[in-house]
Ligand binder design. Structure first.
Ligand code: FES
Ligand SMILES: [Fe+2]
Length: 379
């Protein structure tokens, strides 16, 4: 049975029974999990610096010679694809006296000349030119290449570990979730637009990505009308999670034998949540929403890099309108609805009203995320 068929069957059953996937019990999370700065720093180090995180999609660097720069949690990165097609991630900092080597956001070039004193590196990070080396003195090129971070690419996602010298086993990290990601065929999609959103604290922000309980109340005009509120089909692979929602048209499947369902995927909406920071929401019909969510310097802020994808490059005016409409709708849903609501949570975390939050049985993915953090920190 295809995954979409299985998910649609589970979603339809919940729809007919007015039920949802549920955790075995409720969960209490102490407020200190959200507010304690020393705990935050320890978790940020363990989860975002010592473990692999997703930083980009392969489709952002489709061809050899493509590159991209980003600053993630204070670390300037230069992502490249070399002539063999291998993706690399370097700290975008010159080994001479520390200038940023590449100032462009993205482009296509195989060499990078530092703007300060013109040392030149290739897209494998090797130091290939030292301006005025006769006067400077000899430089040991073998040890003076760009600082490379462990970087692995799987299923259309580029993962790195932000701690220099620290390797990771991406296959062990993803496990069978890699197959679920690969099924999304992300490399076939196209980047329509990219934007950054400022948000509240890490956990309060992530909690909002991991439940459908709020959809009717918060998203009444955006995603709410299309999906059934408080209906979640939930699966986990290690720390990673998949959430499926029922679309309102799930009803149409009643009375039709599953083997005759022509497009089960058109009755559900599936979100893949790659621990700890990537949410991939592919929408049948041609558009997708991807969010990379990073904690800020303190427990009170996040930065989200949001990508809007389209299955095909929009060429006609109608296609252009469709993807732009989707882009605006998701911006409204995430920035003006989710993040605006979560800001009210963030503002009152220290109000004294709560000493813990009670996470419902119908919020299993929120529970799972907090347990996954504890697992990583405990290791
Ligand atoms: S800092 Fe880059 S060449 Fe001097
Ligand atoms: Fe939401």
């Amino acid at each position: 049975m295809s995954d979409a068929l299985e998910l649609a069957k589970r979603a339809l059953q919940h729809f007919n029974e007015g039920s949802t996937d549920r955790a075995p019990s409720q969960m209490r999370i102490p407020l200190s999990a959200y507010t304690d700065e020393s705990r935050f720093q320890a978790e940020r180090d363990a989860v975002f610096f010592d473990s692999p995180i997703a930083v980009a999609l392969s489709l952002e660097l489709p061809d050899p010679g493509d590159f991209q720069t980003q600053t993630i949690m204070g670390v300037p990165l230069l992502l490249t694809r070399d002539r063999d097609g291998t993706a690399h991630c370097f700290i975008n900092v010159c080994r001479h006296r520390g200038a940023k080597v590449c100032l462009q956001e993205k482009g296509h070039q195989a060499r990078f000349s530092c703007p300060y004193h013109a040392w030149t590196y290739n897209n494998r990070g090797e130091l290939v030119g030292v301006y005025g080396e006769e006067s400077f003195g000899e430089v040991d090129r073998a040890t003076m290449g760009l600082t490379e971070l462990a970087c692995e690419e799987r299923a259309g996602v580029i993962f790195v570990c932000l701690t220099p010298g620290k390797a990771f086993d991406i296959d062990a990290w993803l496990g069978e979730f890699a197959d679920k990601l690969a099924d999304q065929q992300l490399t076939n999609w196209h980047l329509y637009t990219e934007r950054y959103l400022q948000g509240s604290g890490w956990k309060a922000t992530m909690d909002g990505y991991l439940e459908v309980y709020h959809h009717d109340s918060v998203h009444g005009k955006t995603v709410g009308p299309h999906t059934v509120g408080n209906l979640l089909v939930h699966d986990t692979w290690g720390a990673h999670q998949r959430m499926a929602f029922a679309r309102k048209n799930i009803e149409e499947l009643n009375g039709v034998p599953p083997e005759s369902w022509a497009q089960p995927e058109s009755h559900i909406r599936v979100v893949h949540s790659v621990f700890p920071n990537l949410s991939i929401s592919a929408i049948l019909g041609g558009e997708g929403l991807v969010g990379f969510i990073y904690p800020g310097e303190t427990s009170t802020t996040t930065l989200t890099r949001q990508l809007i994808l389209s299955a095909e490059i929009p060429t006609t005016e109608d296609e252009q309108t469709a993807v732009e409409t989707f882009s605006q709708m998701t911006l409204q849903a995430v920035r003006d609805e989710d993040y605006a609501l979560v800001a009210t949570v963030q503002d009152a975390l220290r109000s004294g009203a709560n000493d813990s939050f009670l996470i419902g049985r119908n919020e299993p993915a929120v529970q799972h995320y907090h347990r996954a953090i504890a697992n990583v920190v405990g290791n």
